[in-house]
Design a protein around this ligand. Sequence first.
Ligand SMILES: [Zn+2]
Length: 323
Amino acid sequence: MAVFSGCTIHDGVQEKLCRMLRVFSEMRVFAKACYPFVAVRRLLILAIALLTFVGVVTASAKTVQERRAERLLRLQKISSASSASFASSASSNTSTINKQTSRFAIPLLVYHHIRPTTGYDKATWSWKMSVSPKVFDVQMQWLDDHQYTPITLDTFVKIARREMQGPVKPIVITFDDSHSSQYDVAFPVLKKHGFTTVFYVITKTLDVAGALSRVQVQEMSAAGMDMESHTAKHQVLTKLPQNEMDWELAESKRVLEGLTGKPVRHIAYPATTQNALVRERTSAAGYVTGTLMDPRRATEKDDLLRIPRIMMTDDTDLKKILP
Ligand SMILES: [Zn+2]
């Protein structure tokens, strides 16, 4: 009992764990008193240890749900508080609003493959466009430990338009090219942390081997992930005649909206290539943002149709790139 008497209660989960450990400790003392035979006693203690382990795993699962709920609550509170302060300030003092919400620097990260990087030379795109599962796990844990809040692009737009203030440490995590490893490896890790992230999907590769399937896209969307467009065929838009460009933009939006039942308002330009015409057609097709690869944080000065994103590799040091 003495082992657990110093247990400090910080929150609900820890309290449950402490109570559980105390009960098992008492059972262990009881077992010692009742069974003088060493072998029987050891078996009983082993069974108690196993039950404790199962209890700890169950408690951890609850932690994930609680973390997600806490994040959502924090975002809702910030959203409603910002809307209220925005509305009241708008009628009285507009300059205060600008002072409070006009500056931001939000990092957007971009991942491609989540796969082992061993065997690839660091100079190749195969290496640069991969993050190994272990490193990905560590990076997500680091963001969670340092209280970053992954936000959707709709939330990003609200912050950029000064419609809400956003959480203290907002970040946008995105995935390009709809590789199947994003479902197989990344999705379970993201769910574990209660993170909402953005998946840019190439719709013509849906159900192709190595790419996300329609069912996976629907499952991820239902789990709260943001499924957005990476065009239909991943063609470089600047090289296409306008009718084909328009088709790429409209077709991917149509397919994804049909699959998820949610509006698709965001696009990542294939090969990070765009120009004034592409941006104009993107906006005309109903998109609000377009993202690039450019290793810096997005600020209020950035055009919503040219938002920079930081490409992630095994060597990326989050401490260096994040505020
Ligand atoms: Zn791509």
